[in-house]
Write a protein that binds this ligand. Sequence first.
Ligand code: NAD
Length: 331
Amino acid sequence: MEKLKIAIIGCGAVANAHLQAIALCEDVEVTVLVDKVLPRARQLAGRFNVPTAVDDYRQIFDDVDAAIAALPHHLHAEVSIELLQRGIHVLVEKPMALSTSDCDAMIQAAAGSGTVLTVGLARRFFLSSQFLKQAITSGLLGDIISFDFREGTSYKWPVSSDFAFRKETGGGVLADTGVHVLDLLLWWLGDYNSIEYYYDDAMGGVEADCELRLKMQNGATGVVDLSRTRELRNTCIIRGELGSLEVETKFNSKIRLKMQGQDLTLTGRVIRNGLSEEKANDIFRRQIDDFVDAIRLHREPFIPDREGKRSVELIESCYALRQPLQHPWIC
Ligand SMILES: NC(=O)c1ccc[n+]([C@@H]2O[C@H](COP(=O)([O-])OP(=O)(O)OC[C@H]3O[C@@H](n4cnc5c(N)ncnc54)[C@H](O)[C@@H]3O)[C@@H](O)[C@H]2O)c1
């Protein structure tokens, strides 16, 4: 079978992770790297033996079957739509876009050309995330009563550009790590009924810290606390009427299971097919394998485009509810 030819558009921090994972795949090859900063694309092409590096994605339309849009958030919609309309399958990094109307236009472009569009909400590929999903849907925890998701640390992702800190390019903690958190909650627990956007510290710029409370349609209520400045617990606790599960917000994470009214806790890592230790490569490998399979087998990807839209809609609603931060010392 001929290898699927793929382009990576945007050669910053996350492109490294995609390239390392694709290097392990037999039926797909990266044939071109694109970055508006051409030396960055060339440097990465040299490291990973990619034959071509260019500075404009419009140069690749006739040369690839698929593309990964690893670009600043504000470019996700525009670039993906152009690729999809030309019959190129797209894995767009998270968040899918900055507005639900952009998500709709992307979904329409994919449907119109019969191409696969999936979103890089990679944490759904963590074994622990999948275990939590199974534990909830199988009824292990009983009806879900509440959740408490706290994720924060001082920012240290090695970005090459400044888009994550600027309002006009879709910066802020919600669209960054927050979109993973919200996507997992919506995947695990279903749709929400109401939001209380408790606070954020944007003050006209982008938020580094924020907190929201959600009431889900299944009756569960809970809190999401996100920070780029504070070290938080970095776990999600899901409490059901029969027991609770706590999961760390990283790959190869530990989970803790405690049954209601019992004093013992079961702690361990999730295993599938004997794979006991999960690495970053495994996550990106599962993601690319799923993308390639969806293209070859004409099936829906694990994270279909309409699912990518859900967390964007929630973020949009949070921003619509935003109030100026209260300073008790300012009357
Ligand atoms: N799935 C994950 O876990 C994960 C992790 C990190 C980042 N991301 C996502 O990946 C995307 C990129 O993040 P990053 O950390 O790699 O950022 P980055 O700043 O390191 O890289 C972005 C790259 O895009 C290039 N670029 C900007 N405009 C361009 C254009 N018009 N054409 C071509 N190249 C252009 C920049 O020069 C830069 O090299 C973001 O959407 C981010 O949210 C996902």
